[in-house]
Design a protein around this ligand. Structure first.
Ligand code: ADP
Length: 270
């Protein structure tokens, strides 16, 4: 049969090399599959807001003698175009990260600088829901990498904590050193994640029961961005969650040791 032919042909290469080649092909095919799925998903996700904006533009056109309706449609167009802009930005971010290549010319990043910036990106949404975002950050922690990417990763976790929490609840962002890693945890008292869904939330475009939180207008890309940032920085991201009680996401990145002066300011190693 054909399988015996294949064995005869590849045998001189040795079993280990054959296995490596097969694995490599499988990996290539898998990457190609993921890429194709991604493009299909992006096209689908882009069509929804574009379609909505088009319909709203037609509605505005037809309602020109009803200023109140025009205003209502215009407001919705604004919401839809913001959503579109957010989606496009996340797709660009993700496609930059997709190769999981190590970060080019990484620099030291001060964690106590990054966290307030990341928290600030959710200030308006948190304020609108009276959610207090508290921080508890060990001073002088640093990691090595791309500051924009690490900030975006933490910002995504904070944005989720705010989006999936009830008004009036609290979110805590904590950073500390644990055995050579900097652990940045975002703790919320929100809706939590069902245990049978938890393995899937880092997949692109995956959202737990979209109907349950359509109003948050998410894209399902945030956590896959976090996962890729963790991977490109030699770290990982873990989640612990109890449905109805809350979630804790922990981004763990290798700690960058820096020499310090007596006043605690960072110095380049000599
Ligand atoms: P989205 O844009 O939908 O927030 P993400 O990739 O950031 O996309 O998250 C994927 C899904 O994981 C979300 O749709 C939500 O169902 C769930 N999720 C993420 N973070 C939290 C959280 N802090 N609490 C509860 N559910 C969460």
């Amino acid at each position: 049969g054909p399988s015996r032919n294949v064995t005869a042909r590849v045998a001189p290469l040795g079993p280990r090399l054959v296995l490596a080649l097969v694995e490599d092909r499988t990996r290539e095919r898998r990457i190609e599959e993921v890429r194709r799925d991604f493009v299909a998903n992006v096209s689908h996700e882009l069509k929804t807001p574009v379609g909505a904006i088009r319909l709203l533009a037609e509605a505005v056109d037809e309602a020109s003698d009803d200023p109140e309706a025009v205003q209502r449609f215009a407001a919705r167009m604004l919401t839809e175009s913001d959503r579109l802009a957010h989606l496009v930005q996340q797709v660009i971010e993700l496609s930059r990260l997709q190769g999981d290549e190590p970060v080019e010319s990484p620099g030291p990043i001060q964690v106590d600088t990054v966290i307030p910036v990341a928290v600030d990106t959710s200030a308006i949404d948190a304020g609108a829901k009276s959610i207090q975002v508290l921080t508890d950050v060990e001073p002088h922690l640093a990691v090595l990498g791309n500051e924009e990417q690490v900030t975006a990763a933490v910002a995504n976790l904070v944005a989720n904590a705010v989006a999936y929490s009830e008004p009036g609840s609290k979110v805590l962002v904590r950073a500390r050193a644990v055995e050579g890693f900097v652990e940045i945890s975002v703790v919320d008292q929100g809706i939590g994640i069902p245990s049978d869904e938890i393995d899937r939330i880092f997949e692109r475009f995956y959202r737990v029961d979209p109907a349950r939180h359509r109003s948050t207008g998410g894209t399902g890309l945030g956590l896959s961005i976090v996962k890729h940032v963790a991977a490109t920085h030699g770290g990982d991201v873990r989640v612990w969650s109890v449905e109805g009680q809350g979630s804790t996401f922990t981004l763990s990145l290798p700690q960058h040791q820096q020499h310090r002066t007596d006043d605690g300011a960072a110095q380049a190693p000599v």
